[in-house]
Ligand binder design. Structure first.
Ligand code: SF4
Ligand code: SF4
Length: 71
């Protein structure tokens, strides 16, 4: 299984990652970070394919994806 992590203090709440994810598993959390923005988070981690589109899309390099074993 691939693992998605967010550097929450960097997130600006732009929501680009939520639209980028083909699995639609990235949502905006109700909690806010130090800058006052709602932070992105993953709801159903087990559905992540490790495609990395969210990483490419994020303008602030918030997201890291650790790809799991293929198959
Ligand atoms: S790696 Fe792909 S499937 Fe996983 S959260 Fe990012 S965009 Fe969605
Ligand atoms: S694209 Fe990056 S900055 Fe924008 S909401 Fe997603 S994680 Fe936050």
């Amino acid at each position: 299984m691939s693992k998605v992590t967010f550097r929450e203090d960097r997130c600006k709440g732009c929501q680009l990652c939520t639209t980028a994810c083909p699995k639609k598993i990235i949502v905006m959390a109700s909690s806010i970070n130090e800058m006052g923005y709602h932070i992105a988070s993953v709801t159903e981690q087990e559905k992540c394919t490790g495609c990395g589109l969210c990483v490419i899309m994020c303008p602030d390099m918030v997201i890291e994806v650790e790809r799991g074993q293929a198959g």
